[in-house]
Design a protein around this ligand. Structure first.
Ligand code: PLP
Length: 749
């Protein structure tokens, strides 16, 4: 097989992302291949090969009519639904150019695929129609607001709705929508995006007044790049692609005959009632039920974001109450189950506009997971999917992601030492000592459920909850966390320090504090000292220092001169190897030690080497904070850009070659719950002792616990190569010179 093709083995993958795309069924691939090699003619040619191709084309068109119930009207072959949508919108808007409506509107459902509003906005502007593009709101169930349609239909040039939603599977009541549209506007162009309906609900388009209905092959086991557009008889039409006059001049360009042959086979399967490739609705409902039970058994507290009674059975959209969508997706991916966060079609979106339109909570929208299967899914695939999902439960429990059932033996402590938790640019730190005493520093409200779960699951005794200062940019989480953990704050100062003590004793270490004002008047730093060596292992400095930067002094209580004094004081206490644990890490540095911190922060270095006086430091710092203030929204600190990484990129072949040598170690930078879901040493045929699991959240800990040696060679990997790249960059900045990132990560292994 060509090295351009990967992965070579998909047999171990469970694909549950059918709403994004589907694999081509073998019997469909067969006819596609046959059409490419044997029946490859151009339907416009007049010789026999061409006539055969033309026959295939027209036969497919007739089958399309039978499948979607459209004996009248036109059926065009397009490159997919997006082209169908363009064609419908352009045809309508060109016909509407000379409209006489006073305040024209273009209506689309608020949960429509982005292809629809973006197409409306684009052509409305390009064609100078200047209509108002309005989203039709939906109810909490995702159903279109019929009153809104009734109110605006009279002024509408076009109304775009969808049959089935791609994120939630919610289907619309097209009969009710038609009734309201037509009772207010008999002529308005109505497009119904039917992409997710094909094969999942019955369609009889000619019995309706729908003007345009786009379909897409790749959502139902046909290849990508082929689709169908239905156009009602008499509806406005302007060719979107002009040229050689194919498709009766309605859509030029030599037809994609292999794709059309694929549709031909797909339609035959849909029409053949005796063929059981596509399962009945009853069977699909039973699949959904099995998956639902597996999810509930595994995650316990989760919420389904749609009403199953109003949705096609092939889509489950849910949010796990205390896990981010990224965590759930990484976990599923590690277990070989492919799912999607919200909508794979709108990549880059961090929350779901569909769920937002349905009014679900921020958490559920930001952390929605979509699991979707196709109608050709087999019971065996669903059984394996459910077994794999259930196999995640012990991994979730072992990694403090959920509270163990009391019947299970107590899990091992997974968080001994220091763990970093992040929310946006802010950092919170949890230190767990050998005797399971926990100190939490700079808690963040959004992380309270996670911290609570860890403390309870691991039976930790909370020794202290500390703030490095009263944070100005976020509301105090300390009191809320203490309440959640039933931790009493009696006899502590405002930052959580026990008033009567000058140190907090933990089994193997001691925490001391020094006042380090500058970013604010009340700022302190906590120094975690090893009882044996007396070395300061970690310095929790809040926003006095940020990786490669210094805290902002241009905020209330900030004072650059005082900061200079604090920095000098602090430098007396730290070793070069002390790991600096800041309150913020906007640059995604993850771990930095005192030596590198000084090297990478020129102003700090200049101060500590006495190149500049405190007054000069103050002047320069004040000036740069004022400049930064005008450039950025107030941040808690400003960092210089970190030095370039010297980490190398290697591909899978190079990595495997390197791993033959015994002195090369592998660092899996995924979280422990992902690491635990598959055996990476077996996959790469190396002994388990050469594999370390150091997620970004434990990078700071790894620097001090002796696992890493700057002289060693390390290959870093994660799921996609992004996190491992950050970790490799981090290690190279810390002086590790032989660090290699596996580009593309496990996805390309
Ligand atoms: N409409 C819906 C509901 C979809 O799910 C998709 C898929 O991405 C599209 C339109 C776009 O389809 P295509 O990929 O064929 O352009």
């Amino acid at each position: 097989m060509s090295d351009l093709l990967f992965p070579t083995d998909t047999s171990s993958q469970i694909y549950l992302d059918a709403n994004a795309t589907t694999p081509v069924l073998p019997c469909i691939a067969e006819v596609v291949s046959h059409t490419m090699q044997i029946c490859f003619g151009n339907p416009s040619s007049s010789h026999i090969t061409g006539i055969q191709a033309k026959h295939l084309l027209e036969q497919t068109r007739q089958k399309a009519r039978d499948v979607i119930g459209a004996q009248q009207g036109d059926i065009l072959f397009t490159s997919g639904a997006t082209e169908g949508i363009q064609t419908a919108v352009v045809s309508t808007l060109i016909a509407a150019k000379n409209h006489t409506i006073k305040n024209p509107v273009l209506l689309y459902g608020a949960t429509e695929h982005k292809a629809v509003p973006n197409t409306l906005i684009h052509w409305n502007s390009v064609l100078g129609i200047n209509a108002k593009v309005l989203a039709i709101p939906v109810s909490n169930d995702g159903l279109l607001d019929l009153e809104f349609i009734a109110e605006h239909a009279r002024n509408a040039l076009m109304i775009c709705t969808m049959a089935v939603n791609n994120e939630t599977g919610v289907y619309q009541d097209l009969t009710a929508i038609e009734a309201v549209i037509r009772s207010h506007n008999a002529d308005v162009a109505w497009m119904v995006d039917c992409v997710q309906a094909l094969g999942k609900t019955a369609l009889a388009l000619s019995d309706t007044s729908i003007d345009y209905a786009p379909f897409s092959g790749h959502k139902l086991y046909a290849p990508k790049g082929i689709g169908v557009l239905y156009i009602r008889q008499g509806s406005a039409y302007t060719p979107f692609i002009a040229g050689g006059g194919q498709e009766s001049g309605m859509r030029s360009g030599t037809e994609n005959l292999p794709g059309i042959a694929g549709l031909n086979k797909l339609f035959s399967l849909l029409l053949d009632k005796a063929n059981d490739t596509f399962k009945s609705l009853d069977v699909l409902h039973s699949y959904r039920e099995q998956l639902q039970h597996a999810l509930v058994d595994t995650f316990g507290s989760l919420t389904f974001n749609h009403d199953f009674d109003l949705s096609v059975p092939t889509t489950l959209n849910f949010s796990v109450d205390e896990l981010s969508s990224k965590e759930v997706m990484d976990l599923f991916d590690a277990a070989g189950i492919r799912i999607s966060g919200g909508s794979a079609c709108s990549s880059g979106a961090s929350r779901s506009f569909v769920l937002d339109a349905m009014g679900v909570s921020d958490w559920r929208s930001e952390n929605a997971i979509r699991l979707s299967f196709g109608p050709a899914t087999t019971q065996a695939e669903i059984t394996t999917a459910c077994t794999r999902i259930r196999s995640l439960k012990p991994i979730l429990q072992a990694n403090c992601l959920m509270v163990s059932d009391s019947s299970l033996p107590l899990q091992e402590v997974c968080a001994l030492g220091l763990t970093q938790f992040r929310h946006q640019g802010a950092c919170c730190w949890l230190y767990v000592s050998q005797n399971k005493h926990a100190v939490i520093i700079d808690p963040i409200v959004e992380l309270i459920p996670r911290l609570e779960k860890i403390v309870h699951t691991q039976n930790l005794t909370v020794a202290a909850i500390l703030d490095t200062h009263a944070h100005q940019e976020r509301c105090a989480a300390t009191a809320l966390l203490a309440q959640a953990l039933k931790f009493s704050f009696a006899d502590t100062d405002q930052l959580g320090w026990p008033i009567s003590q000058d140190r907090i004793e933990l089994s193997e270490c001691t925490i001391e504090r020094i006042a380090t004002p500058g970013h604010s008047e009340d700022s302190v730093s906590y120094l975690l000292k090893c009882n044996d060596s007396h070395q300061v292992r970690f310095c929790f400095c809040g926003d006095l220092l940020l990786p490669a930067g210094l805290g902002n002094t241009a905020i209330d209580g900030g004072n650059a001169l005082v900061m200079a004094h604090s920095l000098r004081q602090l430098s007396q206490c730290l070793d070069n190897s002390t790991v600096i644990c800041s309150g913020h890490d906007y640059q995604q540095c993850f771990a930095i030690n005192w030596q590198v911190q000084q090297q990478q922060t020129p102003l700090l270095k200049a101060l500590l080497t006495n190149e500049i006086t405190d007054a000069e430091f103050s002047q320069q710092k004040h000036h740069s904070d004022e400049c930064n203030l005008s450039k950025f929204a107030t941040l808690c600190g400003y960092a210089d850009s970190l030095q370039h990484s010297t980490a190398y990129e290697v591909n899978a072949v190079q990595a495997k070659e390197m791993l033959i040598l015994a002195d090369v170690h592998l660092i899996d930078t995924r979280e422990p719950y992902e690491h635990g879901a598959n055996d990476i040493s077996q996959q790469l045929a190396i002994t388990p002792d050469r594999v370390m699991n150091i997620p970004l959240s434990r990078m700071a800990n790894a620097l001090v616990d002796g696992q890493l040696n700057a002289q060693n060679k390390y290959i870093l990997l994660c799921r996609s190569g992004n996190r491992s790249k950050q970790a490799a960059t981090n290690l190279s900045q810390l002086g590790f010179t032989q660090v290699y990132n596996l580009s593309g990560g496990m996805a390309l292994l």
